[in-house]
Design a protein around this ligand. Sequence first.
Ligand code: UD1
Length: 343
Amino acid sequence: MTQRIVVTGGAGYIGSHVCVELLASGRDVLIVDDFSNSHQQAVARIEELAQRGVECLKADLADAAQKNAIVNRIKTFGADGAVHLAGLKAVGESVAQPARYYQTNIGAALTLIEALGAANARSVVFSSSATVYGDLNDNPVTEEGRTGATNPYGRTKLFIEEILKDVARANDQWGVANLRYFNPVGAHASGRIGEDPNDTPNNLFPYIAQVAVGRRKKLSVFGNDYDTRDGTGVRDYIHVVDLARGHVAALDYLSDGERGAVDVNLGTGRGYSVLEAVAAFKRASNRDIPYDVVPRRDGDIAEIYANASKAKKLFGWSAKKDLDAMCADHWRWQRENPNGYNE
Ligand code: UD1
């Protein structure tokens, strides 16, 4: 029987790619998204790429007044499980507005858990983050590494992981996969969906892409005095389509009847420095990427990359696309949609 999956935050950057891969795997999808940091256009493009329709509920999972309507819709949809991506995600903003971050991110997760319970659906794939490892571990980081986030955003990820584990402990019908993403970049190879930040991008790739396309003058490189091969920060960039396929693999694993909760890294296992990423983007785009080195950004760490063997072992999944593909696909999206979804 066709599996029916709720995707919260399904119109967002990662969510839109997850929807396309879920639809390609034969599943039906209900997007629940408040469109506060995503676009209605993305839903149309998901359908265009998948050549199939999706259901879509515009609603805020963290709004108590909307809870009953959301629970009822997920029940009526007949959900078998969910991929939970909805949430606020700006680190700096979370430091300034911690209560809002806890209320929104944790409130949304609790409403989803209630709705899945009501629908008799017991499988959840959660969008967690390598940020839960803080700066506490040697590289490559394994899932058994110490956790300890350094800001409220990161703590919401950690707390939701723990809440889901408690739910799975309390009732052995539940299956939970906490996916700890490293640094998702790139876009669908069609150039039709990709990342479209609301304001000035906080993250490296969208910033580089906007410099390449001429929307911004210069990249600021946050520090070149780290203890890394060229002094700039090293991260495990992962193509968003590989990442999305990791969600499908996690759902396949849960659909095979695996219960309980697992934490799983989604990364490539390879680290690249900021300057290596800039050089690769320059090659892919054939554009100049001027930059200045500026002081370190508060809260940044020198280097983090994944040990990705658990995902391979449990899900049979591994990342396939290299840095050149990430840059080429990110660039195609940016070039063909210089102003994102606002044509
Ligand atoms: C950031 C968040 C992390 C979140 C992740 C996904 C911080 C401190 N961390 O990870 O919690 O889970 O995004 O949204 O914000 N860089 C520059 N110039 C820029 C932007 C970034 O040099 O304009 C450098 C950074 O110092 C870092 C690397 O590029 O070395 C990657 O940065 P970024 O893309 O923001 O990701 P993270 O900081 O790893």
